[in-house]
Structure formats: C-alpha cells, structure tokens
Design a protein around this ligand. Structure first.
Ligand code: FES
Length: 95
C-alpha cells in the first residue's frame, strides 16, 4: 500500500514539509529540519511539542498528557505534535 503524504505549513515562517499518514507530525517536522522543533519524550508526556493546528484534519494516535493539553485546548486545536497524524494538509503554529 502506498503511503499518503500531506503538506504541513508552519504559519509563522511559511515553511512547508511533507508528513505521511502513518507518522507523527513531530517526526516529519524533525526529518524535514523545519522549525520550531522542540521535542522531548516523543510519547505525549512532556508537553515540549505543544502546538496549535490552525487548519486541517488530523487524528490523535497516542494519548496526550492532560497536564499539557486540556479538553478546552483540544477544542481549540492545541495538540502535542508527537501524538497526531495528518489526514489532510495542515497549518500549524506555536502556542
Ligand atoms: S515530545 Fe513530549 S509530548 Fe511530544
């Protein structure tokens, strides 16, 4: 089966990178060398990769620590990038 890739745009810089549906947005950002790259545990626990998804569809595939992302945050599109995969083109920005 072919991997489906989506464009991810960093709102502040206009930088763009590709992210496959089977990988986290954080992993793709790191691979592409795009910023802002802040990461720690890569497992949803440390909150270092907390960003806002401004537009686009995504799915969480790992549990996000409630200490770093509240229910309200999720409604506002704030996620941990190590825990979400794209299901369409995304625009993200720092929070
Ligand atoms: S890198 Fe630790 S929560 Fe994403």
């Amino acid at each position: 089966m072919e991997t489906v890739f989506h464009n991810v745009t960093v709102a502040e810089t206009g930088e763009r990178f590709l992210c496959g549906e089977g990988e986290s947005v954080l992993a793709a950002m790191f691979r592409a060398g795009r910023g802002p790259i802040t990461y720690g545990c890569c497992g949803g626990g440390c909150g270092a990769c907390r960003m806002k998804i401004v537009s686009g569809n995504y799915v969480p595939f790992k549990k996000m620590s409630r200490a770093h992302v509240s229910e309200r945050d999720i409604q506002d599109g704030i996620v941990l990038l190590c825990c979400v995969q794209p299901r369409g083109d995304l625009t993200i920005r720092a929070v």
